[in-house]
Design a protein around this ligand. Structure first.
Ligand code: GDP
Ligand code: IMO
Ligand code: MG
Length: 423
């Protein structure tokens, strides 16, 4: 049965939450595979807006089971907060939420080290959620997993070892106050009580449900250009948002995957530092930010805005194996006289047709643009593809041709019904 992966194909915030919610109607399971509470996935239902950080965006469909996979790093405070918010909205999660016993925990020292590092070294512009330091510990093989909470002695021993080490760094190098083991133990014991019923071997669960014919949607966080391996390193996140990350982050084999949907905004945004070839630092950028409401769903930071970049999306399609794309926020361009798409990069006078991931090259890129006539009319009420203004269809055709992808979904507003499915 189908396993579809949803990936952000730019620098995150493409509208994955909205698209996952929309597609959840016709799946049985939605599973998050990487990242943590650095993600902010917005779902708008009627006049209400919900922002999810850890819980999959399928949660608003009562028939959907939601999995937080082994590749996710879990911040207990953020998770409990999110569970409480859902309960207050009368959204039942009992029997619907499955948390991997193999997922790693974000500890208070991870958040502290994240913010200290941002203060003292080259600033990445992280979300400050402790993501990088938690993945460092995972790959150092000293991380604390959800399953460690199930055995007090193991948990305390691991925590003590970690804190001794972290205190040396925090106090000696950064001069900040030391961390208290007992305080952390009691906080995490309380957390364990609250999530105990959801802890599952999710790789086993997903594989057996897949065999049972259930339809699975793997929800990525961030975007391909923020990927630790394929993104604009070092200005990236510390996980693999690209489609390969779905297999490692869930324990589903690559042979089970049937399609990969890339989500792209009709323009481009980026939060935090790092190269952004099509960034508009003048009033057009401000206009996109204002109309698109481009402020971070997690941190509230203003997002940097620019034109659609076909070179980076073509690259993203290559490393993800994208089979179709969803183009979101087309309505944001409704009022523009002219809209532009970057079709190539110029570097030191030479034209590049491929995306260089090294930052030094990217910072020197001069984008080559094609300009399209705007459509100058509102699209947010349109529900059928043929009703989309001709110039907007021409713009979508150009995105298809220039990125080598096929548009399957067009989003013309944040609400569920503002979506057109093609084919
Ligand atoms: P995600 O991280 O990829 O899930 O995206 P975010 O939720 O961080 O940011 C996308 C923002 O755009 C949210 O505020 C959504 O409600 C909003 N949004 C999604 N699709 C559309 C659309 O087609 N048009 C408009 N105007 N807003 C949209
Ligand atoms: P969603 O899932 C946009 C960015 C941060 C920073 C870099 C590293 O909502 O699309 P981190 O805290 O991960 O170590 O920060 O990655 N970043 C995101 N940008 N959307 C996100 O998630 C992001 N998650 C992290 O701004 O530049
Ligand atoms: Mg977001």
């Amino acid at each position: 049965m189908p396993v579809q992966i949803i990936v952000g194909a730019q620098w995150g915030d493409e509208g994955k939450g909205k698209i996952v919610d929309h597609l959840s109607d016709s799946v049985d399971i939605v599973a998050r595979y990487q990242g943590g509470a650095n993600a902010g996935h917005t779902v708008v239902i009627g006049d209400k807006q919900y922002v999810l950080h850890l819980i999959p965006s399928g949660i608003f469909h009562p028939h959907v089971k939601c999995v937080i996979g082994n590749g996710v790093v879990i911040d207990p405070i953020a998770l409990i907060d999110e569970i409480k918010q859902l309960q207050q909205m009368n959204i039942s999660i009992q029997g619907r939420l499955f948390i991997s016993h193999n997922a790693h925990l974000i500890m208070p020292y991870h958040k502290l080290l994240d913010t200290i590092r941002e203060r003292t070294s080259e600033k990445i512009g992280t979300t400050g959620r402790g993501i990088g330091p938690a993945y460092i510990d995972k790959f150092m093989r000293i991380g604390i997993k959800i399953s460690d909470l199930l055995d007090r002695d193991t948990f305390v021993a691991k925590l003590k070892r970690n804190i001794e080490e972290k205190n040396q760094i925090i106090k000696k190098i950064y001069g900040d106050p030391e961390l208290d083991v007992e305080k952390i133990v009691s906080e995490y014991e309380e957390f364990d009580k609250q999530i105990d019923e959801y802890i599952t071997d999710t790789a086993l669960y997903l594989n057996s449900e897949h065999k049972n014919g259930k339809r699975i949607l793997a929800e990525g966080a961030q975007g391909a250009l923020l990927d630790i391996d394929h993104g604009t390193y070092p200005f990236v996140t510390s996980s693999n948002p690209t489609s390969g990350g779905a297999c490692t982050g869930l324990g589903l084999p690559p042979t089970a995957v049937t399609s990969i949907l890339g989500v792209v905004k009709a323009y481009t945004t980026r939060v935090g530092n790092g190269p952004f070839p099509t960034e508009l630092k003048e009033e057009t950028g401000d206009r996109l930010r204002k109309i698109g409401g481009e402020f971070g769903a997690t941190t509230g930071r203003p997002r940097r805005c620019g034109w659609f970049d076909a070179v980076s999306v073509r690259y993203s399609s290559m490393v993800n194996g994208i089979t179709h794309i969803a183009v979101t926020k087309l309505d944001v361009l409704d009022g523009f006289d002219k809209v532009k798409i970057c079709t190539g990069y110029k570097l030191n006078g030479k034209v590049l047709k491929t995306f260089p991931t090294d930052v030094r090259s990217l910072e020197k890129i001069v984008p080559i643009y094609e300009t399209y006539d705007g459509w100058k009319s509102s699209t947010s009420h349109i529900r059928r593809y043929p009703d989309i203004p001709e110039n907007a269809r021409r713009y979508l055709d150009a995105i298809e041709t220039l990125t080598g992808t096929k548009v399957q979904i067009i989003s013309l507003g944040a609400r569920r019904d503002q979506t057109i499915l093609i084919g």
